[in-house]
Design a protein around this ligand. Structure first.
Ligand code: FA5
Length: 337
């Protein structure tokens, strides 16, 4: 029996077979177990002989089974390690890392500039009420100047904001003037039913600026805008102020920046201008609607188009490039900013 089983154990190729043998032999109804149980029926002289032999066989076979199990476990582990082997010399897989969109980079630069000048940054809502987008900006329901900004209405009183100026009144409502002047910028997306072309998009960005305090003048506005453009473009691009009209500012002006680099020698007709922002002194009606005493306080405001700033800064001739998600275009800006 013991030789036969030894051979069986030796030939077993997996742990289940070895376990089977163990159960057949040493389990509750196993052959050896039966012999051991049968000892009690033997004669006193047979008992010690058979008992000793059976126990010896049991010890031997148990050891063989344990050895076999160990070696089979080891084989299994080695096979597993072989298939899961990692070749650390293989080159790694590279991941595509996204970069900040060029428009976000320009917005960050402008925010940083104004933060350094003591302005706070306020983010508004793309869905606005007619009240804040128009009425509080001195544009009552039937005002003809509403046509200047063709609007996407959602309901008769809610719309996709056409200008970040909608944040002016919200900022004035929130500010405690006893604590000092209000100085804020408000960047974000705006929407208009404009026909898309090289310099117009139906969805674009604006950054509103608003300063309200004592003795704020047009000179402060000009200085603020000059400081921004100097920092953003260096001094090679010329800047000009033109008289304009907005219902919420008086006087109003628009600012153009030269597309090309110019100096004192450049002839006026060789300068290519692009309009980048509207601005002016806050209209007394706008202050009044915010319950601010227009005798005591004055302010300036501007609304600039960062998309156009980016076009000038990086020499991009078509605004639509920003919105087409062409990676060949976008990847060019992975290193700047
Ligand atoms: C306004 O939206 C005024 N809210 C600006 C303002 C604010 C004036 C505060 C006075 C005081 P305007 O419609 O001109 O104005 O737009 C301002 C700037 O947004 C433009 O100079 C231009 O840079 C940009 N812009 C306007 N329309 C588009 C468009 N369709 N696509 C891309 N940029 C545009």
């Amino acid at each position: 029996l013991n030789k036969k089983i030894s051979a069986e154990i030796d030939h077993s190729t997996n742990i289940d077979l070895v376990e089977n043998i163990r159960v057949h032999l040493l389990g509750k109804k196993g052959e050896l177990t039966k012999i051991l149980k049968g000892l009690k029926d033997l004669t006193p002289s047979e008992k010690p002989v058979v008992g000793q032999l059976a126990n010896q066989i049991r010890t031997q076979l148990e050891a063989e089974i344990a050895d076999k199990k160990n070696s089979l476990e080891e084989l299994k582990l080695n096979a597993k390690l072989a298939t899961e082997k990692i070749d650390v010399t293989l080159p790694g897989r590279s991941f595509q890392i996204g970069t900040k969109h060029v428009l976000q980079q320009i917005q960050d630069q402008i925010e940083d500039h104004f933060l350094s000048q003591g302005f706070q940054v306020m983010y508004g809502h793309e869905i606005e009420t007619d009240e804040y987008n128009f009425e509080r900006m001195n544009l009552p329901k039937d005002h003809p100047a509403r046509d200047m900004q063709d609007t996407f209405y959602l309901t008769p009183n809610t719309l996709l904001r056409t200008q970040t100026s909608a944040m002016q009144a919200r900022a004035m409502d929130q500010h405690d003037f006893a604590s000092g002047p209000l100085k804020m910028i408000s960047p974000g997306k705006v929407y208009r039913r404009d026909n898309d072309d090289a310099t117009h998009s139906h969805q674009f960005h604006q950054i509103e600026g608003l300063v309200v305090g004592r003795k704020i003048t047009l000179a402060d506005l000009k200085g603020t805008l000059q400081a921004l453009t100097n920092e953003l473009f260096g001094r090679g691009h010329a800047m000009r102020f033109r008289q304009s009209y907005f219902p919420f500012t008086e006087p109003s002006l628009e600012v153009d920046i030269s597309w090309n680099i110019v100096d004192d020698q450049t002839a006026a007709e060789d300068i290519e201008w692009i309009e980048v922002l509207g601005a002016g002194m806050v209209h007394p009606n706008v202050l009044k609607m915010a319950k601010i005493d227009s005798e005591k306080y004055s302010g300036f405001a501007f609304g600039l188009g960062p998309d156009r700033f980016a076009m000038i800064k990086y020499g991009i001739d078509d605004i639509r490039h920003f919105y087409l998600d062409d990676l060949r275009f976008l990847k060019q800006f992975s290193q700047v900013g």
